[in-house]
Ligand binder design. Structure first.
Ligand code: F6R
Length: 235
């Protein structure tokens, strides 16, 4: 894809095609900068008649310790950028609860919930500059299910732009595991910008290794990689 807009356009079309084919689709969603353009386009499609009322969503991750109404929580991000604008039934929107008293139980509950809906039909993924997917940082075993993770120093630095300072970035998150992600029936990996070029190259062309979490996608039967020119510059 030439640029961010064409990447977003392509991914939004794939999501809408899935919803049109199966109105009760289960979507796996990501936060961060990368999917913002896709979410804007999904809102436009909804305004032009696409019905999201039967769609179920599962987000990849949430910061530990941030309540749903914290401006940097991923629940807040999703409300602001998508949920409130496309008529999603809130009871069908799922994000791990980073304030749960028993975080381990929350992780088990989340995987169980995904299984009980029949699994994710289409999972959107961004990629970290260290090739993480979800918040599965380098070294995460491929067999991992949803779990509490310590964020890598580089991730805290990358995400500090959303907070007043790096000190305010939570150091832990609940993230869907690699295995949980790989169980999705279809996956779209998105990336834009030169800061992702090394990660995209390692994920697509490098060896499959837990040191490059996104490289596991080479083992999945249905992955679409949609990247802009800058992120594809090493391919
Ligand atoms: C977000 C997530 C992360 C991001 C990745 C890229 O829910 O799981 O893996 O997709 O950190 O973030 P951005 O898009 O901000 O560059």
């Amino acid at each position: 894809m030439n640029n961010y807009d064409s990447m977003s356009d392509e991914v939004a079309k794939l999501v809408i095609a899935k919803i049109r084919k199966k109105p009760a689709s289960v979507l796996g969603l990501a936060t961060g900068s990368t999917p913002l353009g896709v979410y804007e386009l999904l809102v436009e499609y909804h305004e032009n008649g696409v019905d999201f009322s039967q769609v179920t969503t599962f987000n990849l991750d949430e910061y530990v310790g941030l309540a749903a109404d914290h401006p940097q929580s991923y629940r807040h991000y999703m409300e602001k950028n998508l949920f409130a604008k496309v008529g999603l039934e809130r009871k069908r929107t799922h994000i791990p609860d980073g304030t749960a008293a028993d975080l381990e139980a929350e992780c088990r509950r989340y995987d169980e919930l995904i299984r009980s809906t029949g699994g994710i039909d289409l999972q959107l993924l961004g990629i970290g500059s260290n090739a993480h997917i979800g918040f599965n940082e380098p070294g995460t075993p491929f067999g991992s299910e949803t779990q509490v993770v310590d964020l890598a120093e580089s991730t805290i630095r990358d995400n500090a732009r959303f907070f007043a300072s790096a000190d305010e970035v939570p150091t832990q998150a609940i993230s869907m595991g690699i295995k949980s992600i790989m169980q999705a029936k279809n996956i779209i990996l998105m990336a834009n910008g030169g800061s992702k070029a090394d990660a995209v190259f390692a994920a697509v062309k490098g060896p499959v290794t837990p040191e490059v979490p996104a490289s596991v996608l080479q083992l999945h039967p249905s992955v679409t990689v949609v990247v802009d020119q800058a992120a594809a510059s090493r391919l």
